[in-house]
Design a protein around this ligand. Structure first.
Ligand SMILES: [Zn+2]
Length: 195
């Protein structure tokens, strides 16, 4: 299959989140041939066209032959099939924001042309849904036993509030403390690990 990489670089990293979904091709093939009674050949071409649904990526609604795997997953949780049967889909989510709307539209237009490789979903969400889903992702990424968790959560909130800032660049020398200030004239001041 031809590989087309569409760059998301123009969109601030803090507005993008990725979820990987694994499919076990052995399970999927079994399903097509045994349950749907398709011939091997038809099953194969159906499999090639297969696109997971948005809810498959949520975890709660993920079902055979899909599963969310970590690096340590070596066998299919359903049929115990080996890793060579795995294929991966990546959901790339962009939370729109007025500060980079032009860039988002450009990426969207580029994606639209690559229907073979990308399926597009534009899902309307309320502010509250966006916030609670963000919280959920944040919670998954935090290690509450690590004493830095509060700093990381505060930084994540800062990124969310100012998505257009290249925060990785600003804080590349490390972050030791994050403090709210009434005196700062600009959006933020970074010095010596303090923001
Ligand atoms: Zn399987």
């Amino acid at each position: 299959m031809k590989k087309i990489e569409i760059s998301f670089d123009a969109i601030p990293a803090s507005a993008i989140s990725q979820t990987k979904l694994t499919i076990c091709l052995k399970c999927a093939f079994d399903f097509f041939t045994k349950q749907l009674k398709l011939s091997n050949r038809t099953a194969y071409s159906e499999l090639k066209k297969h696109t997971p649904e948005e809810q498959d990526f949520t975890g709660a609604a993920t079902a055979r032959p899909h599963f969310l795997s970590g690096d340590e997953t070596t066998n299919c949780p359903y049929c115990n099939g080996a890793k060579r049967w795995f294929a991966t889909f990546t959901a790339i989510r962009v939370d729109a924001h007025p500060s980079f709307e032009k860039q988002r539209k450009k990426v969207w237009a580029a994606l639209k042309k690559e229907t073979e490789l990308y399926a597009l979903w534009a899902v309307e969400r309320t502010q509250m849904q966006i916030f609670s889903e963000w919280l959920e992702r944040l919670q998954h990424g935090l290690d509450l036993n690590d004493e830095r968790w509060l700093l990381e959560a505060a930084m994540a909130q800062t990124k969310r509030s100012y998505p257009a800032v290249q925060w990785e660049e600003v804080t590349k020398e490390g972050l030791r403390r994050l403090q709210l200030s009434r005196q700062a004239e600009e959006d933020g001041v970074y010095e010596n690990g303090w923001l």
